[in-house]
Ligand binder design. Structure first.
Ligand SMILES: O=C(O)c1cc(=O)[nH]c(=O)n1[C@@H]1O[C@H](COP(=O)(O)O)[C@@H](O)[C@H]1O
Length: 273
């Protein structure tokens, strides 16, 4: 079953919230944990226990695990395995982007089902040229995985590149066109998503790509349901609002984390209507 099909079913079953599991040093401190591998492990696995049974997608940000070296990556592997065991899809936020042969190595690392770090989908940067992502797209197709490509990101520096003009549109618009082409004919939803920040306001772009739209910035960066409706309009049914810090602040009690996730999913219930 393709990633898009699995994601569509998961959203219908659990709601659209994507729970970011980003073990920031400050959050570890807030939870009374040391900023070391033991603290990372306790934090990340508690977050999985509280959140993964209640959300369609879990999104760990790789950098927060990589900063502890190989032992941090081992924790990430457990986050992936335990989130999937709890019925969530895993979107690994690694924002990879490189030239062809290296792009293939990244694809093998994350999208080949036989890899120790295999996940359902990754984030990727197309700013070495969209075609540089071809190995990731092809590998994702072979393994029923997905790729979320950065289009209009939530950070203030993004527009310098993403709003640059090319032909009669923008660079971001061109990336969205590539995604629309990849998802053409897929039903109920394509496997190739775009990342479009929940805080960026009216984009002027056609966001209907017949694929999922990851919208980080919900919560801690200020994005609201009204913002999502304004930004995504008719494409709102394919939006995965992502929240990391705000959700995680509900911890360390796993039940409180679960309640926070259910509350946000209730808030988001109006999105698809
Ligand atoms: O790809 C992403 O997930 C992403 C894209 C983007 O445009 N902005 C953005 O904040 N993110 C990620 O989304 C998460 C934001 O989390 P909070 O602001 O804590 O909810 C971090 O993991 C970011 O790396």
């Amino acid at each position: 079953m393709t990633f898009g099909t699995r994601l569509h079913a998961a959203i219908a079953d659990r709601g659209p919230l994507c729970a970011g599991i980003d073990p920031h040093a400050a959050l570890l401190r807030d939870w009374g944990l040391a900023d070391d591998v033991a603290g990372l492990e306790r934090f990340a696995l508690t977050a999985v226990e509280g959140l993964a049974p209640h959300v369609s997608v879990v999104k760990p940000q790789s950098a927060f695990y990589e900063r502890f070296g190989s032992r941090g990556i081992a924790v990430l592997e457990r986050v992936v395995a335990e989130s999937r065991a709890a019925g969530a899809l895993v979107l690994l936020d690694v924002k990879r982007g490189d030239i062809g042969s290296t792009s293939q190595a990244y694809a093998d690392a994350y999208l080949d089902a036989s890899s120790p770090l295999a996940v359902d989908a990754i984030t990727a940067s197309p700013y070495l040229g969209f075609g540089s992502l071809d190995p990731m797209i092809e590998t994702a197709r072979r393994h029923d995985a997905g790729v979320f490509v950065l289009a209009l990101t939530s950070n203030k520096e993004g527009p310098e590149v993403q709003h640059a003009r090319v032909d009669d549109g923008t660079v971001a618009g061109r990336m969205l066109d590539h995604l629309r082409a990849l998802n053409e004919g897929a039903a109920p939803l394509g496997s190739f998503g775009a990342v479009v920040g929940a805080t960026i306001g009216d984009t002027g772009e056609d966001l209907d790509i017949n694929g999922p739209l990851l919208a980080p910035g919900y919560g801690a960066q200020g994005g609201t349901v009204a913002d999502l409706k304004r930004i995504f309009g008719a494409a709102s049914g394919a939006v995965l609002p992502s929240s990391s810090r705000e959700l995680l602040r509900a911890g360390p009690d796993p039940r409180a984390l679960g309640e926070a996730a259910r509350r946000v999913n209730d808030e988001l219930a109006g999105l698809a209507r």
